[in-house]
Design a protein around this ligand. Structure first.
Ligand SMILES: [Zn+2]
Length: 254
């Protein structure tokens, strides 16, 4: 059995309300030993904290995600800081920049993102980053603050961008999208990235597998992500599992 860690899973999502515990035990039996659950807005902070209290395999992060920009209030950043200091959150996130969605004001996104980078640096916590069409913009902020303890989740930048950010120590998260046979760019990326920089994720319940459209991802699906990346990198599954688990433990170590 390979020991795996899901570095990015929204276990607090409503779509898991009915069978969450069952899905967690199913994943545990398959070797997934830990789940890192990032909150996306202030309204989710209580839910992820509660999950951690109920399930010993759950760790959580607190952050303000750019998708929910319209929900975020300036004082949320103060509350975030307070809760990060007092709670057992292991990271700041999910936060970042999204340049695909046109209705998200970029200056306001940048303000919330940069504030969270400062917070992470001050508190010496890793960042869980949402980066869509914005690898360079996100990296510029990290460079400005000289802080690279971070994972760019569901990474989909170029080979050159991957090289640039991993050189500074930023980790890259890969999930179910790699299983799509049509995702050629992503496959080239996977082949080029050293396993020492890779973290595994399901992003469940989001990002359905290409052959399971319309269905939610489950925690157990991390095994399939590991198998596919190992196959693409011509590595034994056990070896990729061991490396990525170590990468994840190191990034999130307190
Ligand atoms: Zn996410």
């Amino acid at each position: 059995l390979n020991e795996l860690i899901d570095s990015h899973i929204h276990l607090d999502d409503e779509r898991f309300a009915e069978d969450r515990s069952q899905l967690i035990s199913e994943a545990l039996k398959a070797g997934v030993s830990q789940f890192i659950v990032p909150a996306v807005s202030l309204s989710r902070f209580a839910a992820v904290t509660e999950l951690e209290a109920q399930h010993p395999q759950v760790e959580y992060a607190l952050g303000l995600h750019p998708y929910y920009l319209s929900e975020h209030q300036p004082e949320d950043l103060e509350i975030l800081q307070e809760q990060l200091t007092q709670s057992s959150a292991i990271a700041v996130g999910e936060c970042g920049l999204d340049h695909h969605l046109k209705n998200l004001d970029r200056d306001r996104q940048l303000h919330f993102f940069e504030s969270q980078v400062k917070l992470a640096k001050n508190l010496d916590l890793p960042l869980i980053l949402h980066v869509r069409g914005a690898v360079d913009a996100v990296f510029t902020v990290l460079q400005k603050h000289d802080y690279y303890r971070a994972v760019m989740h569901s990474f989909n930048g170029s080979v050159e961008q991957a090289r640039q950010v991993t050189q500074r120590g930023v980790k890259l998260g890969f999930g179910p999208a790699v299983c799509n046979p049509a995702a050629r760019k992503l496959h080239g990326l996977i082949e080029s990235v050293d396993p020492a920089h890779i973290l595994l994720e399901t992003d469940a319940p989001d990002q359905p597998f290409y052959d399971r459209q319309g269905k939610r991802n489950r925690p157990v699906d991390l095994c399939r992500v590991n198998a596919e990346i190992a196959r693409r990198k011509h590595m034994p599954e056990a070896e990729l599992a061991a490396v990525t688990t170590l990468n994840t433990q190191r990034l999130f170590a307190s």
